[in-house]
Design a protein around this ligand. Sequence first.
Ligand SMILES: [Zn+2]
Length: 330
Amino acid sequence: MRKLDSKTGTFKHPLESETLALDIGPSTIAIVGNSQASLQQFAAEILRDHRMIRRLPRHLDRQRRANNPDCYDAQGRALSSKHPTKKCRRQVQMEGRIAELFRREAAHRKALHGRLANQILGLGVLIQTEKLSYKAFQKRFGRSISIRAPKLFLSILTHKAESAGGQVIEFSTRTTALSQVCVCGKKHKKRLSERVHACECGVTTQRDLFSAYLARFMEDDALQVAKARESWPGAEPLLRTAWQQAVTKPPASRGTRPSSFGRYPSDPSQSGSSEKVGATVGIVANPAAKSLDVVAFSRPSGQEVVRARKRLQEFANRTPTSTRCKARRL
Ligand SMILES: [Zn+2]
């Protein structure tokens, strides 16, 4: 149901009829339209407390064993014939605490997915994307999927698009393999770790953004290469800007930027482009560097800061007494 603004009487999220294309990864999404492009991480604000999620269930398991000693053998193995049913008050509290931890995260994730879906529908309600096996994602990137939930995002987006009169079209990847093709028609099989599409014809861009760009030219499960080639000169600066923004924007709160964003070239003029965007935005980090140098920008995470402080403390403790006395005297 689309929300109305009570003051103006208009829809809160205006819709456009532009055709958009998405490239969905285990934790990231590339969005490419006629005039807009973006590369971002799903639910980037979510920071799972891995330490608590590891420790609390272990605590719960110890409580369960203590309350039901007859359900385990001498070596601590669970007996299949007996089910632990006795619970103490603290165990019930712990179960509630764990459930609340996951419930909060799920609610936050759903809200963030809904917000992103609304933003996308504000750009266009006709959406094309590859039909992916989210089960395969789950097997390969289990932890990331459990936090970012790309399948949940797609189902939210599909539902919202349909209620707004649009559609999410999923096409088969079997014949297309968009991550391997170029606008020049050449095919180059890439490893998953290769995050940049760099072709001999001069096209150099972020792999996911390029796949999303090509997805816009899918018609009846076939890529219209000629159309994609024709539109490429106009789309290239758009994709480059989206890539640059993705790698230079500070990550949400204490999170880290996904490595799948790839390295933004320090000198885009060497990437076969006619425009020197790097010079105008001042991101050329090292003039002597080759075409694919990194724009190094990473904020230390909370844990890294704690570790660094610990190291400093250890170093201070290791300083010989005589030196410390000297320092105090000074
Ligand atoms: Zn090419």
